[in-house]
Ligand binder design. Structure first.
Ligand SMILES: NC(=O)c1ccc[n+]([C@@H]2O[C@H](COP(=O)([O-])OP(=O)(O)OC[C@H]3O[C@@H](n4cnc5c(N)ncnc54)[C@H](O)[C@@H]3O)[C@@H](O)[C@H]2O)c1
Length: 335
């Protein structure tokens, strides 16, 4: 590979702006080859962000064949996944994909099969895994038996239905808050406690006046039973205007850990009154981007902490939760 990794982007909206601003645009071993977005102005705005590097496309196939990136960032809303991944896999390119990896399990399973078949390097945007607080708790858990956890994402919901908030509130586009947003906590729960065996979920609806296109739940409670027998309750709400935020509290046999805020500050209690505080980082995207670019350059995983398989597993949990909300039944994962 040349000195610089040539990157192409499929979907060039808000989260791409975030990755660039948080560090990617300053990586000196990266070159921006192509920006694809259905909206060329959005692609153009990203191009401007990196001083005019790279060409603008509205078609992913053209971007891949003409800009010839070494690696691809797939930064699409949940409903748009599938065709872009097919094109990238056909060309055997490594890719970084934002969470959630799909809105349905069939799409994610097919992509996972392609990734595995061709041994592709992948990274999924579960940036919370890269935090010092999370790494410390995971380390401490190695000598513990997990017991319980609860947490989630609580907020008041969008004030205006523009930009991402227009698709976000439509369940058939976003998959709902649990699939689209609380997926960060679902993934964290799996990262800390292991695979999930079954899911039971309840939806809360009709809490507020909403426009007709607002089709996702106002809130939900999702109960996970892990393969090792521990349990978690994860909540999501867009109906709590006085706040609530992001949190996860867990108990293992000899520890309690309380994560708070998007940055996942943690307070850990251990036997004998031992207490550990670790502040979360404001800037975490650069760490996961660094791991991806390093891995592409090396041709093997050099620090990626969440792969497509993790994205598939989080999607399986979310799809099971959506099914359970509909049927009122417990859904066994993998059934
Ligand atoms: N890791 C995080 O914390 C984080 C934060 C925000 C968003 N995200 C995720 O990133 C993804 C994108 O979110 P966003 O905020 O950038 O949304 P966005 O709406 O700002 O951008 C998405 C872009 O994709 C484009 N697009 C849609 N279909 C396309 C297609 N077929 N081909 C090319 N372009 C297409 C749209 O025109 C839009 O510009 C979502 O899955 C979201 O959950 C992750």
């Amino acid at each position: 590979m040349a000195d610089k990794v040539k990157l192409g982007f499929i979907g060039s909206g808000g989260i791409v702006r975030g990755h660039l601003d948080h560090g990617l645009k300053n990586f000196d071993d990266v070159e921006f080859a192509g920006w694809c977005d259905l909206n060329p102005e959005t692609a153009g705005a990203r191009r401007e962000q990196v001083g005019g590097q790279g060409r603008i496309f509205t078609d992913a196939r053209e971007m891949l064949d003409e800009a010839k990136p070494d690696a691809v960032y797939i930064m699409l809303p949940p409903y748009a996944h599938g065709p872009a991944e097919d094109l990238v896999i056909e060309r055997r390119l490594p890719f970084f994909i934002e969470k959630p990896v799909a809105i349905d399990l069939a799409t994610a399973t097919k992509v996972a099969e392609g990734v595995e078949k061709h041994g592709l390097i992948t990274s999924v945007g579960y940036m919370t895994r890269y935090r010092k607080s999370v790494q410390r708790v995971r380390e401490l858990l190695q000598s513990q038996t997990p017991v319980l956890m609860h947490g989630g994402w609580l907020g008041g919901g969008p004030k205006v239905y523009e930009g991402i908030w227009k698709w976000w509130v439509q369940k058939d586009k976003s998959g709902g808050q649990f699939l689209e947003q609380t997926t960060h906590t679902t993934d964290l729960a799996r990262y800390l406690y292991g695979d999930v065996a079954s899911v039971y979920a309840t939806a809360v609806v009709d809490r507020k006046e909403r426009p007709d296109f607002f089709t996702m739940e106002d809130a939900s409670m999702v109960q996970l039973t892990f393969a090792n027998g521990a349990v978690a309750t994860l909540y999501s709400s867009v109906s709590t205007s006085v706040g609530g935020g992001v949190s996860l509290t867990l108990w293992a046999t000899d520890m309690k850990a309380v994560f708070t805020g998007w940055e996942h500050n943690v307070e850990i209690d251990l036997p004998g009154g031992e207490h550990i505080s670790i502040p979360g980082e404001d800037d975490i995207f650069a760490k996961e981007d660094r791991a991806f670019v390093d891995s592409v350059r090396a041709g093997e995983n050099r620090g990626i902490l969440a792969t497509y398989e993790d994205g598939l597993k989080a999607t399986a949990i979310a799809c099971a939760a959506n099914e359970s909300m509909e049927t009122g039944e417990i859904v066994v994962i993998g059934s």
